[in-house]
Design a protein around this ligand. Structure first.
Ligand code: SF4
Length: 270
């Protein structure tokens, strides 16, 4: 008679992938590593699991993408195609992908039904930029990141007060999944970025020389006077500093955004 089989109960782990103590441990582990060494640990040694880079292909994006390409050019690179980008940004994206040999660009688009229902004429940005960002950035990114354990961002502390105290590893609080958010360039300043561009002969975004030091969607990006805060050209005239993709516990990422409040937050390479 065959030996009785002991039935193993099905087990589905629904807990968060990472916790604050994991982030603290990784911050200690990579406390002295440079950006390239840290990225090697994240991408090659998979200390943060399955990762993707999130890039806006903006004014400074080439630095992070160049570093990532040195470690592994097949790393997934997520680009939010909001439908509102400058043509120059789309051309620059394609130029960098080719130049750096990136082989896994993933273009994320807004849900067509949500767009039709909530931004039929494409002008939501003009009266509800938070809601527009929810539809065109937050929701598509949330969908894409569901398949990853961590995202790599290009945020830097010097860019704004909301980024001043960011660690290199943090928990992505936009949902309860417990993904990690990895900020390899958080301690880089403007001079370090400029030096890296020069040292590696990286092409600038074509709009930088036209007076746009921080570049997002065309309706929400203005030129900035010399000496002014680079991000002051984003959502000019609105009490808004970030696009919401780094928002805390955004319960309805495709929500109506009608309250006009920007959740406390942050940003990826945007
Ligand atoms: S940056 Fe402006 S156009 Fe782009 S998604 Fe946000 S509100 Fe809409």
């Amino acid at each position: 008679m065959a030996e009785a089989q002991v039935r193993q109960p099905d087990w589905i782990d629904t807990g968060p992938r990472f916790t604050d103590s994991d982030a603290s441990r990784l911050n200690r582990m990579f406390g002295k590593a440079d950006a390239l060494g840290m990225l090697a640990g994240v991408i090659k040694d998979r200390v943060a699991g399955n990762v993707a880079v999130v890039s806006s292909f903006g004014a400074e994006s080439a630095v992070l993408l160049h570093l990532v390409a040195q470690v592994d050019p097949s790393t997934p690179v997520l680009f939010l195609d909001t439908g509102k980008h400058f043509d120059e940004t789309l051309a620059y994206r394609d130029e960098l992908v080719r130049l750096l040999g990136l082989t896994d660009l993933r273009v994320l688009s807004p849900d067509a039904d949500v767009l039709a229902a909530k931004d039929e004429n494409g002008l939501r940005w003009s009266w509800d930029p938070d809601g527009c960002c929810d539809i065109r950035k937050v929701e598509p990114l949330a969908r894409a990141l569901a398949g990853f354990d961590a995202s790599i961002t290009g945020r830097k502390a010097f860019q704004s007060s909301t980024r001043a105290n960011l660690p290199r590893f943090e928990i992505d609080t936009s949902d309860a999944q417990g993904r990690l958010k990895v900020n390899p360039l958080i301690d880089w300043d403007a001079d370090a970025i400029a030096s890296y561009f020069a040292e590696h002969n990286l092409p600038p975004h074509p709009l930088v020389e036209q007076g746009y030091p921080s570049i997002g969607c065309s309706p929400c990006t203005s030129k900035v006077a010399d000496g002014d805060d680079p991000r002051s050209g984003r959502w000019k005239g609105w009490d808004k500093t970030e696009c919401g993709i780094h928002s805390v516990n955004n319960p309805d990422v495709a929500g109506n955004g009608d309250d006009g409040e920007l959740p406390p937050g942050y940003e990826p390479a945007f």
